[in-house]
Design a protein around this ligand. Structure first.
Ligand SMILES: Cc1cc2nc3c(=O)[nH]c(=O)nc-3n(C[C@H](O)[C@H](O)[C@H](O)COP(=O)(O)OP(=O)(O)OC[C@H]3O[C@@H](n4cnc5c(N)ncnc54)[C@H](O)[C@@H]3O)c2cc1C
Length: 336
């Protein structure tokens, strides 16, 4: 572990001032060392530093900045929460449980109770992939600026089945699966001010940028996460399949948010997690559900459609069947 400066930032403006604009965090590997990065719960960041993947010159702790841990809900504006809200805070919020069932399920099934207490939502969206080649200091893979993707030719049972061309690591955030299904947005604050981006646009496929998983620049901080209001007809659910019940990331997870008019589905958003380097909308499957009464037959058709175009790797063909089953179960749970 390298030596670094540790500063508790008193405000967002001062945190941004302390960050380096010249070295993108994602590019800082063993040869880096000058980047200045923010720390929230530290559950991912400290691993990266200990593993020698990241060598920051300075850590800027966000913990003392007032207001970043607030969560609020109202019928008109929906749900809003700051980046220091933890996964446990979402799990323990009566509003989240009542109005945002898919998010609640995602929160209760992530990681472990201990990690959920520490893990913030800003950090959750910004956490780096768990691909073992990326995490191994002995492999200079594409994500670290190298020329080889070791997962494409090596062990890839937990990797992507979509968008596998450049780097098939999956995005590790299972909370993002639910947030994208709710059409959530994220507010980024940087030296130029604030900008708001749909979470469906926030994550970047590796074809677009292999060394970074999102559009946030090195000097931008997530300052808010917003979900639109839900209504009487909203039905949602989320299911995660892990290798273990706890202490593990997802092998595959599915979030579904439906707008129902009685038995008829008016609108649908279906998102797959751990299927691609980004939380992946399955629009063609959504179209199968729209305008129809949801029966088992329709759901089977949607599940088939959702897996069209999958390009599984040598060791993860099982994920095609896994996602088909998860999608069927998630839709049926959503409509109750
Ligand atoms: C055993 C285990 C199992 C896990 N299982 C799951 C799981 O099932 N699902 C899941 O989703 N996650 C899982 N996780 C990951 C965990 O949820 C994340 O590590 C955690 O959410 C990161 O939050 P943090 O506050 O600790 O972030 P940190 O480790 O402090 O930071 C992580 C990254 O985010 C950046 N960052 C933090 N806050 C901000 C901000 N406001 N703006 C910009 N950048 C920021 C940091 O610079 C760093 O790059 C698991 C972790 C472990 C150890």
């Amino acid at each position: 572990m390298n030596r670094f400066e540790y500063i508790k930032a008193p405000s967002i403006a001062e945190a941004i001032d302390m960050m380096d604009s010249t070295v993108p965090e994602a590019m800082v590997t063993k040869t880096g060392g000058s980047a200045k990065v923010v720390k929230a719960g530290g559950t991912d960041l400290l691993d990266l530093i200990k593993e020698g993947i990241l060598e920051p010159g300075r850590l800027i702790d966000l913990k003392n900045i007032p207001g970043l841990d607030k969560l609020s809900y109202d019928k008109k504006n929906g749900l809003q929460f700051g980046p220091m809200v933890t996964i446990a805070d979402l799990e323990n919020s009566p509003e989240v449980k009542k109005h945002y069932r898919a998010l609640y399920e995602a929160a209760t099934h992530a990681a472990t109770p201990q990690i959920r207490n520490m893990a913030t939502m800003g950090g959750n969206l910004m956490q780096r992939p768990r691909c073992w080649y990326f995490r191994s200091s002995g492999h200079h893979c594409r994500k670290k600026g190298g020329t080889t993707c070791f997962a494409q030719i090596g062990q890839n049972q937990f990797h992507s089945i979509f968008l596998t061309n450049v780097c098939p690591c999956v995005h590790p955030s299972s909370l993002a699966t639910a947030l994208v299904a709710y059409d959530g947005k994220v507010e980024l604050t940087g030296p130029e001010g604030k900008r708001v981006i749909a979470l469906s646009e926030f994550f970047t496929p590796s074809e677009v940028n292999v060394t970074c998983e999102n559009v946030a620049t090195n000097q931008e901080i997530i300052t808010n996460i917003m979900l639109p209001p839900v209504n009487e007809g909203t039905r949602a659910f989320y299911i995660k399949q892990g290798q273990r019940e706890s202490y593990d990331w997802s092998m595959g997870d599915v979030a579904v948010v439906l707008q129902m008019d009685g038995k008829k589905c008016q609108d649908a958003r279906i998102v797959f997690g751990a299927a691609a380097p980004i939380p992946l909308r399955r629009e063609a499957a959504e179209e199968v559900l729209k305008g129809k009464a949801i029966t088992e037959k329709v759901v089977v058709q949607a599940a088939k459609k959702a897996l069209e175009g999958a390009t599984p790797l040598a060791h993860n063909g099982y994920k095609v069947h896994l996602f088909q089953t998860l999608l069927k179960r998630t839709v049926m749970e959503a409509i109750g």
